[in-house]
Design a protein around this ligand. Structure first.
Ligand code: GLU
Length: 470
């Protein structure tokens, strides 16, 4: 264990927390937890046209839902513009950055020319050694990127990736409106926040050599890098909305458990033998970059659903009862703020949790337990609530009216005696009772159902069924 590991998640608040971002956050969180290190949250909101406070809230909401707690932050880059400008100034003073007066139109023209001549489309460096300012123009500040030799990114996942410096541009670090750019702010922040490991998506791999040059120019130690493999949809294109929900909170809405999603996300790139289901403790213990592959990972919604079911089955009913309550409101099974007997709800949940793949399914299946009057499936009603079942239901109603023990063990002999008396199979009684109790033909065992519904409601429903037939 070392307390010197410091990692960060640095989302741009230009959208909700999505699957890819959450996986990056998770790997940072796991690496910090595994090493007893510190996890920093930094909001990269320098793009003021696309960043919003709503998205910052949404990202934080997603992180909290997934239980990925951070120790420092959230820091906002827009609060730190003064810091970045000081660093820019320092580089300009030292001749490591320079003012560039080329206008956007000029750059565009030169770019077209370069394309026509088959030359590399990069800044031609004409302001590099300019002595005097160009009057009437607002300059940008460019970083003087070394043009000789190569830069090696030693990546914990990718191994050594070599970049030719001649391919790298003199990138703009301060725009003409005096706002700093991503590749610069990210280095300044990672330095200031003493980040030891930069763990992020591999869409940033090409930025890394540029950033390494900036570290060197500022005279700072270069952190370790780990670029996580891309996440693809089933058709092997980059994961996007076309492949289904990509926002983390959409999975909350669909009734997923945060631990199931975390378990799923970790397997997008990381493995531990062929184990599929992990507790958080196991993840923290086992996590290392050695077991992160560099091949792209394919997002598989069916597998996520399967995992969610595993988690629902393994969750204590008391806890599930709590988790399902907001979904009961959404499904309009209970009213907002309506109090339920939570111990009773846990008993109801226990009879259904083996079958529910999501909390939404669980909520829907709880409906007949909770509502006053069940809604009948017309086919089930026709098939099972009829003259044939009438005498059985009447008899059962009478028998149960004077019967106190509504437990499985207490109910079974009552049913047994009745089917014997009428000379029918158990199903001939159980199925009509099931329809009377639930409105449909599918439910847990009839004794469990009656046990949860309880005597008062059960008798009412039997009487209702009898009156429907008669
Ligand atoms: N703000 C960047 C993004 O959202 C992340 C940059 C980084 O992790 O270095 O893609």
């Amino acid at each position: 264990m070392t307390d010197t590991i410091r990692v960060r998640f640095a989302p741009s608040p230009t959208g909700h927390l999505h699957i890819g971002g959450a996986r990056t956050a998770l790997f940072n969180w796991l690496y910090a937890r595994h090493n007893g290190g510190t996890f920093v949250l930094r909001i990269e909101d320098t793009d003021r046209t696309r960043s919003t406070d709503e998205y910052i809230e949404a990202i934080i909401e997603g992180m909290k839902w997934l239980n990925l707690e951070w120790q420092e932050g959230p820091f906002r880059q827009t609060d730190r513009f003064g810091v970045y400008r000081d660093y820019v100034e320092k580089l300009v003073q030292e001749g490591k950055a320079y003012h560039c007066y080329c206008s956007a139109e000029e750059l565009e023209q030169r770019r077209h020319l370069a394309i026509a001549q088959g030359k590399p489309q990069k800044y031609d460096g004409r302001c590099r050694d300019l002595k005097d300012p160009v009057p009437g123009r607002n300059p940008v500040v460019r970083f003087r990127t070394p043009q000789q030799g190569e830069t090696v990114v030693d990546d914990l996942i990718r191994g050594s990736v070599v970049f030719e410096n001649s391919q790298l541009d003199d990138l703009i670090i301060l725009r003409s409106d005096n706002t700093p750019t991503y590749n610069f702010t990210v280095v300044v922040d990672d330095v200031d926040m003493r980040i030891t490991h930069v763990i992020r998506g591999d869409d940033h791999l090409n930025n890394t050599p540029k950033q390494i040059h900036i570290y060197r120019a500022l005279g700072y130690e270069i952190p370790k890098f780990a670029h996580l493999p891309m996440i693809l949809g089933a058709d092997k294109t980059r994961l996007s909305k076309r492949h289904g929900a990509t926002s983390v909170m959409a999975y909350y809405e669909m009734g997923y458990l945060p631990d199931a999603l975390v378990n799923y996300l970790v397997r997008l790139g990381w493995s531990h033998g062929d184990q599929e289901v992990f507790s958080r403790e196991e993840l923290i213990n086992y996590f290392s970059f050695e077991n992160v592959g560099n091949a792209a990972a394919v997002f598989n919604p069916e597998k996520l659903l399967w995992l969610n079911q595993q988690y629902i089955m393994a969750t204590p009913p008391e806890k599930l009862a709590e988790l399902v309550t907001p979904f009961l409101v959404k499904e309009t099974i209970i009213a907002e703020g309506q109090a339920l007997d939570m111990a009773w709800l846990a008993r109801a949940v226990k009879t259904l949790q083996e079958r529910a793949k999501t909390l939404v399914e669980l909520a829907k299946s709880l409906r007949y337990y909770i509502v006053e009057e069940v809604t009948f499936d017309e086919k089930a009603k026709e098939k099972f609530l009829n003259d044939k079942s009438l005498p059985l239901l009447k008899d059962l109603n009478n028998a149960l009216a004077s019967h106190a023990d509504f437990s499985h063990a207490g109910l079974e002999p009552v049913f047994k005696a009745l089917v014997e008396k009428h000379g029918v199979k158990l199903g001939a009684l159980a199925q009509p009772v099931r329809v009377a109790m639930t409105g449909g033909t599918e439910s847990p065992g009839i004794y469990e159902v009656l046990e949860v519904i309880g005597k008062e409601k059960a008798l009412k429903r039997l009487e209702k069924a009898v009156s429907i037939i008669a």
